[in-house]
Design a protein around this ligand. Structure first.
Ligand code: PLP
Ligand code: ZN
Length: 380
C-alpha cells in the first residue's frame, strides 16, 4: 500500500484514506517510486497512455476505467518563424487533457470500491470525471460556476452526472463542494487528489517516447491551479530517476494577465487578494492554487518560468490557431502569445519546444460568454 504525505507538514496517511486533505489543511502527494521499466517492452503495446502501465499506481487491471485514451499526436508547426511540436491533447474522449488524470483517478475510485463521488470544475474536469463515472457506473455530483460554458454543462449532464451550478466565483464553487466532501462523500478532485497527477504525468512519458526518448528543451502549457505543470514535472522526474535522460526540459506555465496569482507569487513573492475572473481563458481563471508552492518549486527546479499574456493576445491566438487548423478553446490559446514572450527573452533556434494544446474548441461558442470577457470576432 502506497502512502500519501502532506506537502505542508509531511504527515503520512494510507492512500486509501477518504480524507481529501491533511488535518493541517495541506494537500497530499503520493510517495511513489517508479519501478524499473525498459522502453523496449512498449513496442508491442496499444498506443494509449496505459502503455506505461508499470508506472501508474493502480494495482489490478480489472479496476481500470479506460477508453484506451491518450498517446495523442505530436505534430510539427511553425508559428512566427518558431518551430514547435504541438501535443494535441484536445483530442481526448471528452475533449480535454483532463482525461489523463480522470482515467487514473476513477480507476482508483473503483479499486477503493466507492460508489458515489463529488467533484468541482470550471467545466472540463467535470465533463471528464462525469464520462469516466458513466463508464464505471459510479454516481457523481459535479459543481460548476453558473457562468461555465453551456456546452460543458450540457456535456456533464448528458453523461448522467448531477450538475450543481453555483452562482458565484470558482472559489465559491469549491467551498460548496468541500462542504459535501466534509460530510464524507469521496472527493475526486483534480486539484487535491494525488492519483490525478499520476495520470497527467503520462504526458511527459508520451512526449519523451514520441521524441525517441530525448528530452525537449522547453514545454509550454496553460497554468491554472497547476495540475498540468505538476504532472509534467512528476513524469519527467520519474524518467530522470529511471535513467532515461539526465536533464529536465524547462517547464513554462502561461497565465492570463487578468488572473495571474502564480505569476505574481513567482515574480513578487506575493499574490493579490483578488483577480478579475472574466478572462476568456476560463479554464485557468483561478484566484489561487492549494498547490502554489509545489508548482513554483517544480518550475524552479527545471529552470523554467511563468509568463503572462494579455486578453487581446489570447483572443487573437485563438483565431490564429484555428486558422492553422488547430481548433482549440481560448484557454488553450494562451500558449501562443506565451511562446512569443519566451522567444523575446531566449533564443529558440535549434531548440525543441513542445506546446501543449489542452482543450477542444468544439465546447466553446463565441458570444456565449459572460459579460466583461473579451470576444473573438467570428471571421466568417
Ligand atoms: C484544466 C485546464 C487547464 C489548466 O490546468 P491546471 O491544472 O488548472 O493548471 C488548461 N487548459 C484546459 C483546456 C483545461 O481544461
Ligand atoms: Zn499537513
Amino acid at each position: 500500500m502506497l502512502n500519501f504525505f502532506c506537502t505542508q507538514c509531511n504527515k503520512s496517511y494510507p492512500s486509501d484514506t477518504k480524507a481529501w486533505r491533511c488535518a493541517c489543511g495541506g494537500p497530499f502527494s503520493l510517495s511513489f517510486q517508479p519501478p524499473r521499466f525498459d522502453p523496449k517492452v512498449l513496442v508491442h503495446r496499444y498506443p494509449s497512455l496505459w502503455r506505461y502501465r508499470e508506472t501508474i499506481p493502480i494495482e489490478s487491471d480489472e479496476d481500470l476505467v479506460t477508453y484506451n485514451e491518450g498517446f495523442t499526436p505530436l505534430t510539427k508547426h511553425k508559428f512566427s518563424g518558431i518551430d514547435v511540436d504541438l501535443k494535441l491533447d484536445y483530442l481526448f474522449p471528452t475533449g480535454s487533457i483532463k482525461d489523463r488524470g480522470s482515467t487514473v483517478l476513477i480507476s482508483k475510485v473503483r479499486e477503493l470500491g466507492i460508489s458515489e463521488i463529488v467533484e468541482d470544475s470550471s467545466g472540463n474536469a467535470g465533463a471528464s470525471i462525469a464520462a469516466y463515472c458513466a463508464r464505471a457506473g459510479i454516481r457523481v455530483r459535479i459543481f460548476v460556476p453558473d457562468s461555465a460554458s453551456p456546452n460543458k454543462k450540457q456535456q456533464i449532464e448528458l453523461y448522467g452526472a448531477r450538475l450543481e451550478a453555483i452562482r458565484g466565483t470558482r472559489e465559491d464553487v469549491a467551498e460548496a463542494t468541500h462542504r459535501v466532501a466534509d460530510r464524507g462523500v469521496y472527493y475526486a478532485s483534480q486539484i487535491w487528489n494525488p492519483f490525478y497527477i499520476h495520470g497527467v504525468k503520462t504526458l511527459a512519458y508520451e512526449i519523451a517516447e514520441q521524441m525517441k526518448w530525448n528530452v525537449p528543451d522547453f514545454v509550454l502549457a496553460p497554468l491554472g491551479v497547476g495540475t498540468i505543470i505538476l504532472g509534467l514535472y512528476q513524469g519527467f522526474n520519474e524518467l530522470r530517476e529511471l535513467g532515461v535522460f539526465d536533464k529536465f526540459p524547462k517547464i513554462v506555465g502561461v497565465q492570463s494577465a487578468q488572473c495571474c496569482p502564480l505569476y505574481d507569487l513567482w515574480q513578487k513573492g506575493k499574490a493579490l487578494d483578488s483577480y478579475l475572473s472574466t478572462t476568456i481563458a476560463e479554464g485557468i481563471a483561478h484566484q489561487s492554487s492549494p498547490r502554489d508552492f509545489e508548482v513554483i518549486e517544480s518550475i524552479r527546479k527545471t529552470d523554467g518560468a511563468i509568463l503572462i499574456v494579455k486578453e487581446e493576445e489570447i483572443v487573437q491566438a485563438f483565431s490564429q490557431l484555428a486558422n492553422a487548423g488547430f481548433y482549440v478553446e481560448p484557454t488553450s490559446a494562451v500558449v501562443l502569445p506565451g511562446l512569443k514572450r519566451l522567444a523575446e527573452s531566449t533564443s529558440l533556434s535549434n531548440r525543441r519546444v513542445v506546446v501543449i494544446l489542452t482543450g477542444s474548441g468544439l465546447k466553446y461558442r463565441i458570444n456565449s460568454k459572460r459579460q466583461g470577457a473579451e470576444q473573438p470576432k467570428a471571421n466568417i
